[in-house]
Ligand binder design. Structure first.
Ligand SMILES: [Zn+2]
Ligand SMILES: [Zn+2]
Length: 237
């Protein structure tokens, strides 16, 4: 018999969403710390300002999760049953779809007044560390969140694909702000990794804000002429 869970009340959704987002934050920073430790990178003390902004990002992401849930309850987001076949296709659509939308959004905030007003905050770190993944202006966090909700409204994806995408989003986000490159040059020259957004790729964007606007892939940067080869991360420690 098919088990259909009771819809959660709004306070329940709020609490679950808050706990989930806090867990993601803590685990991401712990993983970042561990990787930096393994690669002999210095341990950074997160300044108070960054702590406040990163927690604000967590609160906003919680709000976006709740908004997504309400929209789903209203029937404007359709989540289809997950099968092996559609999980793969849906994941690719979400992966490339969000990568493209975020590329356009990111390029737009760099090429307009929005850079100084909003995105400059993220670029205060030229040599980013894991917490910088969460150092975003509130409007930017909302912007990325609404792009994600818009894509889900347009494309009815399977639940497993959505979960896989969200996990992958954290992995790429952390990789881009590790402050080190865990992949060897040989691996990065591999046909698959050559087109993926590696640590060096996003770190390269922090070092030179005129290139590498993509997140998961280098495809859109290569296509629109904003790609720059970033061989390795050279930083101070
Ligand atoms: Zn960044
Ligand atoms: Zn940027």
């Amino acid at each position: 018999m098919l088990y259909i869970p009771e819809p959660l009340s709004l306070p329940e959704v709020l609490w679950y969403s808050l706990l989930l987002n806090i867990a993601i934050y803590v685990l991401t920073l712990a993983a970042g710390r561990m990787i930096r430790y393994l690669y002999d990178k210095k341990m950074v003390v997160v300044p108070r300002k960054k702590m406040v902004i990163s927690w604000l990002t967590i609160m906003i992401n919680t709000g976006i999760t709740v908004i997504g849930y309400v929209i789903w309850q209203c029937g404007w987001i359709h989540i289809v049953p997950g099968t092996w076949q559609n999980t793969f296709t849906d994941f690719i659509v979400l992966f490339l779809g969000m990568d493209f939308l975020m590329y356009v959004f990111h390029l737009l905030i760099h090429r307009t007044f929005l850079y100084r007003a909003i995105h400059g905050l993220h670029h205060e770190s030229r040599d980013p560390v894991p917490v910088d993944l969460f150092i975003l202006h509130p409007l930017e966090t909302f912007g990325f969140g609404f792009l994600w909700i818009a894509l889900l409204m347009l494309y009815p994806a399977g639940l497993y694909a959505i979960i896989a995408y969200l996990a992958m989003n954290i992995i790429f986000g952390l990789a881009g702000h590790l402050g080190l490159e865990p992949l060897s040059e040989k691996v990065r020259q591999n046909i698959l990794f050559r087109y993926l957004g590696t640590s060096s790729f996003h770190h390269g964007h922090h070092l030179d804000i005129h290139c590498n606007f993509g997140f998961y892939t280098t495809l859109w940067d290569r296509l629109f002429g904003t790609w720059k080869e970033t061989n390795n991360i050279t930083n101070t420690d």
